[in-house]
Design a protein around this ligand. Structure first.
Ligand SMILES: [Cu+2]
Length: 109
């Protein structure tokens, strides 16, 4: 019985836990192509100034067909990275460029 309980606990952890954490991916093939811009809440985990990339937790973005997850997102030149802080939770506008890549184009409303 104890073993069964442990097995259930483990599978629950796997199902609900860290499925997307630290996962590197892009959403190139996940968008339906109809919407190219959406706003979402993000939590900034890491700021890579050199590569102008943020590692963020983002909410579900229905417009893109994205579920909530942790991922790296490039940031447009329009955004001043010096105004951002790691751990910050902010509204972000994400846009799919002509190159089909998604990037953060605006922070805040
Ligand atoms: Cu994502």
């Amino acid at each position: 019985m104890k073993k069964l309980v442990i097995a259930i606990a483990l599978s629950l952890m796997m199902a609900t836990g860290t499925t997307h954490a630290g996962m590197k991916h892009d959403h190139k093939n996940m968008s339906n192509g109809k919407v190219d811009e959406a706003m979402t809440m993000i939590k900034i985990n890491n700021i890579d100034k050199k590569n102008r990339t943020l590692n963020v937790d983002h909410d579900k973005i229905a417009a893109f067909g994205w579920s909530a997850m942790t991922m790296d997102l490039p940031v447009s030149k329009k955004v001043d990275l010096d105004t951002l802080k790691e751990g910050q939770e902010v509204m972000a506008t994400i846009k799919k460029g002509r190159d089909k890549k998604f990037r953060i184009i605006k922070i805040g409303h």
